[in-house]
Design a protein around this ligand. Sequence first.
Ligand SMILES: *Cc1c(COP(=O)(O)O)cnc(C)c1O
Length: 468
Amino acid sequence: MTQARPDTAPEMRRIPSVERLLAHPSGLPLAEEFGRTALTAAVRDDLARIRAGEAPGGDEATILARCADALAAGRRPSLRPVFNLTGTVLHTNLGRALLPASAARAVEAVMVQATNLEFDLATGNRGERDDHVEGLICRLTGAEAAIVVNNNAAAVLLVLNALAMRREVVVSRGELVEIGGSFRVPDVMARAGCRMREVGTTNRTHLRDFADAFGPATGLAMKVHPSNYAITGFTAQPDPDALHALCRERGVPLAEDLGSGSLIDLAAYGLPPEPTVSAALARADVVTFSGDKLLGGVQCGIVAGRKDLLARIRKSPLKRALRVDKMTYAALEAVLRLYLHPERLRDELPTLRLLTRERAEIAEQAHRLVPAVAERLVGWATVAVADAMSQIGSGALPVETLPSAALMLTPEGGASRARSAGGRCRQLARSLRDLPVPIIGRIKDDRVLLDLRTLEDETGFLDSLSAL
Ligand SMILES: *Cc1c(COP(=O)(O)O)cnc(C)c1O
C-alpha cells in the first residue's frame, strides 16, 4: 500500500481505483454486457463525481451498481414510443399519424434489403422514385401527376420556387397564414425567391382584385387553406371556379395549399368537413398537402396536379434536395393502398379509426379501466371518468372538437412533496412522463386528464402505469 499524501482528505483515500472496480466480481458481468470501454468510462465518470462531491462514495459494489444504472439509462433510445393521451389525435410534437401495421411491415422490408427505388424492373433501366406512388395518388385524387417531398412545407416551397422564382405570386390578404412552427406564407414565399403580391383586404377579397394584379410579372396565383383560424362576419373570397377560369384565361397557374387535405369526405364519417384533394384539384392546377395529417400516413408533402406543371417542378434542383427516402415511399404506398378499399378503411387506418370513435365507446372503456388504474395510482391520485373534448390537431380548426371521455386524475397530498394542488398536479404529470413508456396527458384545473380516444393498447398502458 502506498502512503496517502498529507493533503488528501481521508474520504478521498477510500475511493477505490478504476482497476480495482473493473476487477471486482460485480464488475465483470457489466463489462460483458456493456463492453469494457463503456464500463471504464462509466466508472471514471462516477469517480469524478465522487471527487467533486456530486455523488456519495461507497464501496466497490455500490459504485458499480450506480454505474450499471447509468449504463442502462444510457442505452435507452432518445426517440421512443409514448402514450399520447392529450386528446389531440394528430399531435405534431408526438409524431402525428400512427401508421397501420401493413405500412410498418412494408417499411421494414425495404430497410433491410436492396430495393427497386429508382430501378425499372421491366426494362432494367433507371427508374423514377415517385413512380411507386404516383399512380395511386392520381387514381385516388384525379390528379394527372404527383410528386413526393419531405413535408408539406417543402411541397409549398418547391411549387413556389419552381413555378414563380423571381416572379410575383398573387395571394389574398386573408390567407397570409402562419401555421405554427415557423411556417408563415410570406416568409416561405421570400425563401422560395418569389415576390408576394397581396390583394384584397384581411376580410374581403374579390375576383377583380386578382384580375387587376395579374400582369407580365405574375408567375402564380395562390390559395392557402386557413387551417387553424376562421375569418367570420363581413367576409368574401372569390368564387373558386371563377378564380380558376380567370387564371386559365390569363395563363396564370393556380396553386392551392390544402395543408391537411383529406382523400375522403370526412363529413360522411360524422367528422367536421375538410376540403378533399379531389375537390381542390377541380378548382386549382396544383395542390399541396401533408402525408401525416388527415391522410394518416407518414411525414411527407405531396404535390398533385397538372402534368405540364409537375414536369417543371420535377426538374427543379430543389426537388433533389427535398426528396424522401425509400422508407417513406414504402409507408406511403401501403397507406394509399388502404384507400382502394374504402369499406375497410375505418378499421385499418389508425387515424380514421381514432377520429371516428364514439364518445359512448370511449366512456365505456374509461369506466372499465378505472379500477385497474386506481389500483396503480394508490397514494398518487384518485381516478374518475370525465367528459372531454378531443381535437383533430395538425392545423384542423381548433374549435372543431370531438366528444370524448377521459380518466381524470386528482393528485393526493401523500405521495407528493409539493404543497399546492398545482404543484402536485405538475409532479404527477412529470412522474407519468418518467414511466418506461411515458404517458402524456393534459393538465386542466389542477387535474391530469388522460383522454382515452387514442388509447388502444390497454395492456401496455397498465403495464407502464404499474412502474409508477
Ligand atoms: C400543416 C400545414 C402546412 C405544413 O405542413 P407540414 O407537413 O407540417 O410541413 C402547410 N400549410 C398548411 C395550410 C398546413 O395546414
